[in-house]
Write a protein that binds this ligand. Structure first.
Ligand SMILES: O=C(O)C(=O)C[C@]1(C(=O)O)C=C[C@@H](O)C=C1
Length: 360
């Protein structure tokens, strides 16, 4: 698949003067709950009312959604509020029911995107639809799998496509429910700059008090919209209670978010920017030059080790370097996370260099 301007048509046609907002409860619980939330969201920035009808749960025995019954409630939402509707589909039967009930936007969840079989089944069931279809990132940070799902849908002649960035599962506990790995979303945007990309801060954070911050980062990174789980009584929601916000909090979040433009035509701004970018170019070249020099030294160590038959990996020395560099980094305003990532990459490159020499 190639990037093309037309990928944005469905979004441009909405002619919004703010980011696209998809909001509503994690799960449709009762007809009253769905309609109460929908009416509270009616005159806000929300264009699409979302509600989970079928809920993929990690463990059995949890609330798994009300099923097809909830689709009737979504129809009432559309009739009574004028908002369009959105839900997750995870198989061909869901697609059939969602289309029969005229759901306007369907998304494929992270646990489905990981399975090309499921994605293909959904693509076949949706073939030729003019509904909007969004693909959440797979639970594992695999850009090819994410794009592969989009390609399957495009091949099934589905034109109104987009992606939802909901973060990635990790073994280690972090402050996020699903770590954002912004780099992946940035890479996706550089490959497909016209493919609409929506951020899902609810699933990234898992906590309502972090939603604003992640939403702002997303807008700073040119995301086109936000999907935010919203419930009038979040604490008592039947699923994902910790990450839902009330409709009034959502309105406040949208008010407080700063919307950035892609660029500014003013000459002074562009002169100053170009000046600073020239400095960055010089420094980037210096970094590469220094890294090259470091690898020449590593090659020397490799030759020495080869002569004495000593192993490449020297964990004690390596841990000393890491510890020192984290401290050094702090003094220069560099985060521990960045220093560890960068030096681990440098270490690996040094090992690769030495491996080439020692294996000769
Ligand atoms: O000090 C060494 O023995 C090296 O090989 C250098 C180096 C490094 O690049 O800093 C590389 C591999 C070792 O695990 C430790 C450190």
């Amino acid at each position: 698949m190639e990037n093309k301007k037309e990928l944005r048509t469905w979004l441009d046609d909405l002619a919004l003067n703010h980011p696209l907002v998809i909001a509503g409860p994690c799960s449709a619980e009762t007809e009253e709950q769905v309609l109460k939330i929908a009416h509270e969201l009616k005159d806000t920035d929300v264009s699409y009312f979302r509600a989970g009808i079928w809920k993929p749960r990690t463990r059995p025995g949890m609330f798994e959604g009300v099923g097809a019954l909830g689709l009737k409630w979504l129809q009432r939402v559309k009739a009574e509020t004028g908002m369009k509707t959105a839900t997750e589909v995870a198989n061909a039967a869901h697609v059939k029911l969602a289309l029969e009930h005229d759901v306007d936007l369907l998304w494929i969840g992270a646990r489905s995107t990981v399975s090309p079989f499921i994605v293909q089944e959904i693509a076949d069931a949706l073939e030729g639809t003019d509904k909007i279809v969004l693909v959440k990132n797979p639970v594992n940070p695999d850009l090819a799998l994410w794009l592969g799902a989009i390609e399957r849908l495009a091949t099934a002649n589905i034109k109104n496509l987009g992606v939802i960035h909901r973060g990635f599962s990790t073994y280690e506990k972090t402050k996020y429910r699903n770590t954002p790995e912004w780099q992946l979303a940035i890479e996706l945007q550089s490959k497909f700059p016209d493919l609409p990309i929506i951020n899902d801060p609810s699933h990234i954070t898992g906590k309502r008090d972090m939603i604003f911050d992640v939403s702002q980062t997303a807008l700073d990174l040119n995301f086109d919209g936000l999907m935010i789980e919203t419930h009038y009584d979040p604490e008592n929601a039947w699923s994902d209670a910790a990450q839902q916000v009330t409709p009034s909090t959502l309105v406040q979040i949208m008010k407080d978010l700063k919307i950035r433009k892609e660029t500014d035509p003013e000459a002074d701004y562009n002169d100053a920017l170009n000046n600073l970018r020239a400095k960055i170019d010089v420094i980037d070249n210096q970094i590469i030059e220094l890294l090259g020099k470091r690898m020449v030294v590593a090659d020397g160590i490799g030759t020495l080790k080869r002569q004495k038959n000593v192993s490449v990996l020297q964990s004690k020395r390596w841990n000393e370097i890491l510890g020192k560099m984290v401290l050094e980094g702090q003094e220069h305003g560099l985060s521990e996370e960045f220093i560890l990532k960068m030096f681990k990459a440098i270490h690996q490159e040094s090992i690769n260099h030495q491996e080439k020499i020692i294996k000769k």
